[in-house]
Design a binder for this molecule. Structure first.
Ligand SMILES: Nc1ncnc2c1ncn2[C@@H]1O[C@H](COP(=O)(O)OP(=O)(O)O)[C@@H](O)[C@H]1O
Ligand SMILES: CC(=O)N[C@@H](CCC(=O)OP(=O)(O)O)C(=O)O
Length: 254
């Protein structure tokens, strides 16, 4: 987890909203209403994934992929497809949805203004998966001041221009920390964390660690809870895993 110096002196409070791939393909009118209501009091930054779109593109190319700890192992032949799908397809789709709803959205990815500078997380295990080293948070802050809603795709770049695949939840939590957000909302296709048929309204680190160890939290929920816990530990006041109506699980201390 990267640390950043405070630049937030007179700025409005900020919320980072991460839209999971499954959610962003079916945003409804109520979501945009909720979004605009939040804009009254907060500056909003969107980060997004695109797992389902990547899966479709890989299938079309007859490429099978595997995950380790909820992260897609991204081979040489896959990284171009991942990059093209997230930057060329998912990001403009989302920007256009937001724009049509009257939101002044601007699409970005890790290459723009050196937004997400990365190194390989562990090339032997994950291939071209990035670990965030720096975030150009000033660029995000300037766009917010100019009235834009930055919409950030989860593609990072190494210093020598290699694109790296980063999990969308990880980008969201890193961005939230970099801009010292008041709140991080991880919007997904379920109403937060469910354990043995019970939706959890709150969850602590201790509970989450147990649930992961026992296999109640698995797959794509793992980077979500890990990012959420990192943000909470680093002082982001509110961290939630929610559905598209923004209700779900609040991650709490203890
Ligand atoms: N304990 C859990 N509670 C709820 N969902 C879970 C849990 N463990 C794993 N999941 C899975 O995590 C998924 C959300 O992660 P993911 O598919 O990566 O979403 P997104 O595309 O929004 O990032 C859920 O749809 C569910 O299948
Ligand atoms: C490294 C890694 O796992 N990257 C993700 C990036 C997309 C993502 O995170 O999409 P969701 O938000 O829909 O899960 C992937 O390749 O699927």
């Amino acid at each position: 987890m990267t640390t950043y110096k405070s630049t937030q002196v007179t700025a409005r409070k900020r919320i980072v909203i991460k839209l999971g791939g499954s959610t962003l393909e079916q945003l409804n009118e109520q979501f945009f209403k909720n979004f605009k209501a939040l804009q009254t009091d907060y500056d909003l930054v969107i980060t997004h994934g695109g797992g389902p779109a990547i899966n479709r593109a890989l299938k079309k190319a007859n490429i099978e992929s595997t995950t380790v700890n909820g992260l897609r192992v991204t081979t040489d032949e896959m990284i171009d497809i991942v990059q093209t799908t997230l930057i060329g397809e998912v990001n403009p789709y989302l920007v256009s949805q937001l724009t049509r709803a009257g939101i002044q959205a601007i699409g970005l990815n890790g290459f723009d203004a050196k937004l997400l500078t990365c190194t390989h997380l562990d090339e032997a295990v994950y291939g071209h998966v990035g670990e965030v080293q720096t975030i150009a948070h000033e660029a995000i802050e300037q766009l917010l001041q100019a009235g834009f809603v930055p919409v950030i795709a989860c593609i990072g770049a190494t210093d020598n221009g290699q694109a790296l695949n980063i999990n969308g939840d990880t980008v969201a939590s890193e961005v939230a920390l970099a801009i010292q957000a008041e709140s991080l909302l991880l919007v997904t296709d379920v109403s937060g964390i469910r354990i043995e048929d019970t939706w959890q309204t709150e969850a602590t680190k201790k509970q989450i660690d147990t649930w992961i160890a026992e296999g109640h939290i698995y797959g794509g929920m793992i980077p979500k809870v890990q990012g959420a816990l990192d943000c909470l530990a680093a002082g982001i006041p509110t961290v939630q895993i929610v559905n598209d109506q923004l209700t779900g699980t609040t991650i709490v201390g203890g």
